[in-house]
Structures are given as C-alpha cells and as structure tokens.
Ligand binder design. Structure first.
Ligand code: PLP
Length: 421
C-alpha cells in the first residue's frame, strides 16, 4: 500500500474502511476540552454502547427474580459462563471444551501453574521472557517458592546487548539447551512493553520436544492478534478481557486448557464447587469430580455483572470477526508506522519504533522510544486530547485498536509529534 502523509488521504482511508461503523458502537472519553483520540486499547479498551444495556438486563432480572434468577432470568446465572464460551473460543482459536471465562487474569495464571508446573527431580526449571509483566514475574517467583525453589530455577531469555527485542532463535535455543531440566515454558504472547508478538506455534513445538508443558499469558494478544491455540497444541493459556476486549476495568478473564488434558484428572489442581461436575453440584458431596475440559478449573459461580460486560463486547467481536479485525490491524498499524517514520525523517531521528516491523511479529501496538524529552512530548499529546501510555524511562505506547481508532486519529497523533519535535 502506498501511504500518503496528507489529512485527505487519512480521510479517504476512513471512508474505505469496512469496519468504520464499529466506531459508533463505543463511548469515547469526553472530559477533555479537545476531541479525544484514544490509543490505549492495550491498557483499557473503550466501553461499548451496549454494555450498560446488557448489565441493566441482569440488574432487572436480579430485581425481578431474586435468587430464582439463577434459573429463571433471561440468561440463567447458573450457566451464565456458557453464554460466552463459543465467542471467546473463536477469538483465541480454541474449541469450546478448551475455553472458559472465569476469575481474573493473575488468579488464572496461578491456577494453571498449579496444574502445569510439576517439577520432578532435576526437571524443575521454568523458561520465561526477561522483563515479563510484573504480575507474571511475581506469580512465577511465588510458584517456585511454593515448591521450595528459588529464582535460580527461572531461565529468563532477554534481548541481546544493545537490542530491544528478543530473538526467536534465542528462545528456541534456550529451550533446547535446557531440555533436560525444563518443566515449563511460560511466556507473554505479546510483550506488554515492546508489543513483540512471539512465534507461539514454534515455541510450543520446541517446548514439547524438550519434554516441558507450554503456556502463554495472552493479556496483550487476545482480541488483538490471530491465535490458534488448539491447532498449535498449546497446553494452557489465560487472558484478560479489559484491554483489546473492552469488557470493563478489571473485567473477567479467559482460561484455556488444551483438549488433550480435558479428562486428565490426575493433573494437580486447586478445586472449587463450580469446577465440579455440574449434574451433581447441588448434591453437595464431599468428593470433587471435575467437569471435563476448561470448565473443571472454575472455582466460583460467575460474577454476572462482569460477565455481562464481556458478553456485550464479545457480540461486537463476533459481528466484526477476528479476520477483518486482523486485516485492519495490520493496515492501520503500518499506516501509523509510516506517518511516524515520515515525521522522524523530518526531525533528525528523534524517535525509534522498538516494536517489530514485521506484521506477523506484532499486533496493533507501537512502542516509541524517544531519544530525549519523551515525557514532554507525552504531555503535549495529553494536552491536545490524545490518550496514550507512558512507560519509564522514555517510551510511549500506542495501540490503534481496529474497532474504534480511525486513520484520522493516527494522522492527528503524528501531526502533534511533528509540531512539537
Ligand atoms: C501481561 C499481563 N499479565 C498480567 C496482568 C495482570 O492482570 P490482572 O490485574 O487482571 O490480574 C496484566 C495487566 O495489565 C498484564 O498486562
């Protein structure tokens, strides 16, 4: 595609955008004196217009039915999570039996590590990416401690000296070099800081060849990049719904366990009554019989209001389809990158985009490293109504989320940089 720098070109792109009407399905923040341009769908996605209505329906049914709403409400709360399963499974390329919406993200990291981190003898190490999101690091460290180990059991693969990204071949060779000792490979599917999307298929293959389980934290991947968890034979994964999936602050999480483990009751797990065989749940028996598949990892009955917010958003994703979302993601991200590079040429290379250039190694996030005065530039953007994300020491992260960011928004962003560089 031959991009151009003019505002007219941006407007033409918006006119031709097959997803342009989806923008109207979201509420843009309006507290600023200027029109707001929202680039933080990688942190907290915008509120869909329908969220209030769907949550309102649950409040109405709670008022009308009280406890009987568990079976009498329009979407019975007893089986509420089932309303979401197939739409959520489609987003991550999973089967329904492999998917459940439940708990919060870090809770699910712990629950699945209980099952899939099983150190035995010298096979006790975990391989992860250096500078993983802090919650992942704390979860890994505390799981190691729980099993009586220390950080020495953690193999962290980082970028080479002077580089920002982690080379795929370095991850694969670290797996091969440690194949006798590796119990688990656990990586963030898309790195929160650089936006690097790892090759999950090949990492899974390498991990399995080494005799380890393989799992991914997909917080920055779900609803952003195209995933095929079932096909790639990933053992387990989890994600949050409040970033690219627009399902309310701190919203419910998704959990994936591959079908091959669906009936493996010998996997250790922390159990709760909602994971128990649903036909017998109310017999209140002492012994735990897990449901088949991902549902067997549920602890508690569903937080219906949070689930309702997720339901509202998943319907939008179903209508748009991950294929079309992916097409726009690649195009608008490449366009934004083009504009930034043009501004950069005009201003003696004042910035560096540290996110991979290759579309198959990124989603819709670009991380911009400023050579100097990044915070001042961030403040200028904020003053003009742009919502972006600042990360110390000198990085601005932006995500042109395909469902509601326009080409004109991207043009505006680059124009502010151009004015203040
Ligand atoms: C990659 C990653 N993992 C874990 C978390 C923690 O999520 P939660 O607070 O929902 O447990 C986040 C939050 O942003 C994240 O980005």
């Amino acid at each position: 595609m031959n991009f151009k720098t003019s505002l007219t070109f941006a407007k033409e792109m918006d006119n031709k955008d097959p997803l342009k009407d989806f923008r109207n399905q979201f509420i843009f923040p309006s507290f600023h004196k200027n029109k707001m341009r929202y680039f933080t769908g990688n942190s907290l996605g915008l509120q869909p217009v329908t969220t209030r209505e769907v949550i309102g329906e649950e409040l109405d049914d709670w008022g009308r039915f009280g406890v009987d709403g568990h079976f009498m409400s329009r979407r019975p709360w007893f089986s509420y999570h089932e309303e979401l399963t197939s739409m959520a499974a489609d987003i991550v390329g999973a089967k329904e039996i492999e998917t459940v919406i439940t708990h919060s993200l870090t809770t699910n990291i712990h629950l699945l590590m209980v099952s899939f981190y099983q150190p035995k003898g010298k096979r006790n190490k975990i391989l992860c990416e250096k500078k993983a999101f802090p919650s992942d690091q704390y979860a890994l460290q505390s799981q190691l401690k729980f099993h009586g180990y220390t950080k020495d059991q953690l193999i962290e693969v980082g970028p080479r000296e002077g580089e920002h990204l982690i080379r795929h071949e370095d991850i694969i060779s670290a797996i091969e070099e440690n194949k006798e000792e590796l119990a688990l490979v656990f990586i963030g599917g898309v790195n929160y800081y650089t936006g690097q999307y790892f090759n999950l298929k090949e990492i899974t293959e390498a991990g399995h060849k080494a005799g380890a389980f393989v799992g991914f934290d997909l917080a920055h991947a779900a609803g952003n990049v195209n995933l095929q968890l079932h096909k790639w034979k990933v053992d387990f994964a989890m994600w949050c719904s409040y970033k690219y999936l627009n399902s309310s602050p701190g919203g419910v999480s998704g959990l994936f366990v591959h079908e091959k483990h669906a009936e493996n009751n010998s996997l250790p797990r922390f159990a709760g009554w909602w994971g128990h065989d649903k036909e017998q749940r109310f017999m209140m028996e002492d012994e735990f019989y897990p449901m088949k598949g991902a549902e067997g990892w549920q602890l508690s009955n569903a937080p219906v209001l949070g689930m309702a917010a997720h339901l509202a958003s998943l319907k939008i994703f179903k209508e748009a389809g991950m294929f079309r979302i992916g097409e726009k993601r690649d195009l608008i991200t490449a366009y934004l990158e083009f504009l930034l590079e043009e501004v950069n040429k005009r201003h003696q290379g004042f910035l560096e985009i540290i996110t991979p250039k290759n579309p198959s190694e990124r989603g819709s996030q670009l991380s911009i490293l400023f050579k100097k005065d990044g915070k001042e530039m961030f403040n200028k953007l904020t003053e003009s109504g742009v919502v972006a994300d600042w990360r110390e020491p000198n990085v601005i992260r932006i995500a042109p989320a395909p469902l509601y960011v326009s080409y004109e928004d991207c043009w505006f962003f680059a124009d502010i940089l151009n004015q203040h560089a």
